[in-house]
Design a protein. Structure first.
Lengths: 116, 112
């Protein structure tokens, strides 16, 4: 059973296009995330939702808009794609915080976005 | 700014040897986590160590945490070719944010 799934796995598109990436988790988690991994493997948080509420919004261009229709889904829509958007995008989920801090996160397989 | 930085950036060892990776961070943390990423795959959680813990074991993995030095190490004993992957440390700071801050990773190659 897939815990965190993303579609599509690969996305090749031209500059200026609009595209979406979908994410679903069946773990019963209440928090979901989007990360961007660049060519040097550096992983950076973009957004986080808890129970459909946006709780983290890093300095990401407003061309990126996350949407969480319910706790199990977090989609990422990107407008006017640019060359610099090429990267691997990971969705992740976790349970809520404890007194000991953030819980372990479960990652999807990633979406490799190539903008030409 | 990048919270965790792993050292070394790359490590190549023979099967059966031990592999040690280090992570340094800058601010106070609630916990520190280690993840593995196989090529072309998502990250997989390995182990979580809280700020009041000094050492933790899970199978062939041993993690230490020294909050006074703001550093952690991951030891993989009796390595196998299947351990070949990138290993990342991630910290959760006590800011109320739920996000983890990841380091740049150590690429481990285990030669059969």
């Amino acid at each position: 059973d897939t815990a965190v799934s993303q579609t599509p796995k690969y996305l090749v598109t031209q500059m200026g296009n609009d595209k979406s990436i979908k994410c679903e988790q069946n773990l019963g988690h209440d928090t979901m995330y989007w990360y961007k991994q660049d060519s040097k493997k550096f992983l950076k948080i973009m957004f986080s939702y808890n129970n459909k509420e946006l709780i983290i919004n890093e300095t990401v261009p407003n061309r990126f808009s996350p949407k969480s229709p319910d706790k199990a889904h977090l989609n990422l829509h990107i407008n006017s794609l640019e060359l610099g958007d090429s990267a691997v995008y990971f969705c992740a989920s976790s349970l809520h915080l404890t007194s000991g801090g953030a819980r372990e996160q479960y990652f999807g397989p990633g979406t490799r976005l190539t903008v030409t | 700014s990048q919270q965790g930085e792993e050292d070394p950036q790359a490590l190549s060892i023979q099967e059966g040897e031990n592999a040690t990776m280090n992570c340094s961070y800058k601010t106070s943390i609630n916990n520190l986590q280690w993840y593995r990423q196989n090529s072309g795959r998502g990250l997989v959680h390995l182990i979580l160590i809280r700020s009041n813990e000094r050492e933790k074991h899970s199978g062939r993995l041993r993690v230490t945490l020294d909050t006074s030095k703001k550093s952690s190490s991951l030891l993989i004993t009796a390595s196998r070719a299947a351990d070949t992957a990138s290993y990342f440390c991630a910290t959760h700071a006590g800011t109320g944010r739920r996000a983890l801050t990841f380091g740049s990773g150590t690429r481990l190659q285990v030669q059969p």
